[in-house]
Design a protein around this ligand. Sequence first.
Ligand SMILES: Nc1nc2c(c(=O)[nH]1)N[C@H]1C(S)=C(S)[C@@H](COP(=O)(O)OP(=O)(O)OC[C@H]3O[C@@H](n4cnc5c(=O)[nH]c(N)nc54)[C@H](O)[C@@H]3O)O[C@H]1N2
Ligand SMILES: Nc1nc2c(c(=O)[nH]1)N[C@H]1C(S)=C(S)[C@@H](COP(=O)(O)OP(=O)(O)OC[C@H]3O[C@@H](n4cnc5c(=O)[nH]c(N)nc54)[C@H](O)[C@@H]3O)O[C@H]1N2
Ligand SMILES: [Mo]
Length: 556
Amino acid sequence: MAGLAASFGSGAMTNSINEIREAACIFAIGTNTTANHPIIGRQVTRAVQKGAKLIVADPRRIPLCRLADIWLRLYPGTDIALINGIMRVIIEQNLMDTAFIEERCEDYEAFRASIMDNDLAVSEKITGVPAQDIVRAAKMLGSISPATVLYTLGITEHSHGTDNVRALANLALLTGNIGKPSTGVNPLRGQNNVQGACDMGALPNVYTGYQKVEDEEARRKFERAWNCKLSPSNGLKMTEMFEAAHEGKIKVLYLKGEDPIVTDADTSFIEKAISHLELFIVQDIFLTETARLADVVLPAAGFAEKDGTFTNTERRVQRVRKAIEPKGGSRPDWMIICDIAKSMGVEGFDFDNAQEIFEEIRALTPSYAGITYERIEKSGIQWPCPDDKHPGTPYLYSERFNTPSGRAKFAHVSYRPSAETTSHEYPFILITRRSAFHYHAVMTHKAEGFDELRKEERIEIHPADAATLEIQDGEVIKVSSRRGSVKAKTKITEVVPAGVVCMTFNFLETRTNILTSRAPDPVTKTPEFKVCAVKIEREESAYITKDYMRWGTGKI
Ligand SMILES: Nc1nc2c(c(=O)[nH]1)N[C@H]1C(S)=C(S)[C@@H](COP(=O)(O)OP(=O)(O)OC[C@H]3O[C@@H](n4cnc5c(=O)[nH]c(N)nc54)[C@H](O)[C@@H]3O)O[C@H]1N2
Ligand SMILES: Nc1nc2c(c(=O)[nH]1)N[C@H]1C(S)=C(S)[C@@H](COP(=O)(O)OP(=O)(O)OC[C@H]3O[C@@H](n4cnc5c(=O)[nH]c(N)nc54)[C@H](O)[C@@H]3O)O[C@H]1N2
Ligand SMILES: [Mo]
């Protein structure tokens, strides 16, 4: 799987946004595409209008369900059981792409044997999806091409997020839907330029362009360019940094463009971790909840106040141009960082503008080498772009995968339950998500108008559960997990299944992340934002527990 894993390491789409509209089959799993990626949602709509089949897998009835040929309403956290079940049917009914598997893949026989261990009745029991719907989805995915997989946080923000992604990669390999237009395994990235940040090595184990810290040759190259000694070992992931701060192992934290007091799982843990720091520096465009705790706040300029490049979810590097002068004494992030480096006596930070920095990026990053400011003056270029004649790469793996053999390896992935399970005390599963009308918790609340669209949290609860708890629509209730409690107004709706409640994390008055669990994925260390166990109480009286465990956690 190393070939595909390399692209997952970069988190980028294997294919391009415009290709989605030409797909004949779309599998949207764990993505509320029309709400959170409206431009891409539009591509899905266009494909469906042109006759493409759409399969949606989501516990919530998201807007895309209305367009879908099949909606697989699975229990939260059971995607692997679903995907493995689909693959079992594809193999059983001989719908796999044998030519593709023989030419481009390895380890198929062992994989096939492991998939045949997945009994469809067990998949149905774990996921709650009727077996006949799994069969229908499998027939579509096995017989219609080109087929494309779109996924986002419903897949990744789990304690088995990496395995979820591997299962989807297996599905693409099995059906030969990778390395061709309108196919692929396509994570829709979240934050603006999160792709660019990863490409630039804002990860603990790679330099720019995913050149590994542990690769001696790569490290030497950067040491020569920067005239310094670099550590041969990987750094910590963000969640590990807070754990280390909590234990007093990290004493200084320089945080840039994040608001973890609001957005990280288990707020009280993060608060404690920050309180143990000896020096806490925050660089942000606003005085955020987190910045209020800082010893030093460095005011940064926003996107419209600076030059540079952004790299989007389809690996496209694009220019961003200064529209107005920075306000209130703020400065572009790169200038602040260079000044700090210079004042610490470090050499090599004498840049006059963002383009000079980009030239260094090109010189050190093979996948960016052919991209120049001149070439992206009008429209962007998709990496890899190895030289200045190369047109860029709309889709990856057309000829080979990034493995020594050039072939992709099937991965062994088996279902395991989510880290936190329901109990009699905490009988509901809480899903967290974002609302289309807000951007996380800070930025949209600074502008007028958004609050007109949605001004407060409404916790979604199924009518049957509301009836049992004798809760009214719009009533303020107390939601508690094993970590803390928040209060929120209810919204009684069948958008969520019985036994599952759902909140956004968009409102500072309702700190949803007080509730969420830090249970990490073993590879990415991403917390299990999408599943935690909660109880719901009316404000005046704690209710008597009933058995809500039917939606449980997929445990059998
Ligand atoms: N308007 C707006 N747009 C945004 C953002 C924003 O804050 N506001 N944030 C941006 C960012 S950073 C990101 S990362 C993206 C996120 O984009 P999305 O991933 O689309 O966002 P979410 O709403 O968090 O979750 C997506 C879906 O996962 C489903 N889900 C939950 N658990 C499971 C599960 O176990 N299995 C499956 N199959 N599905 C599950 C939820 O029901 C939900 O519909 O959005 C980006 N776009
Ligand atoms: N419960 C729950 N929690 C979640 C999630 C979930 O689904 N459920 N999703 C998670 C996901 S996918 C994400 S991406 C995170 C988001 O978590 P964060 O990244 O912490 O959220 P934002 O509010 O977008 O914070 C971005 C910060 O960057 C600042 N900023 C904007 N532009 C600039 C700039 O140019 N320079 C600098 N220095 N600062 C800038 C903004 O003012 C803001 O404070 O939340 C995560 N938390
Ligand atoms: Mo995100």
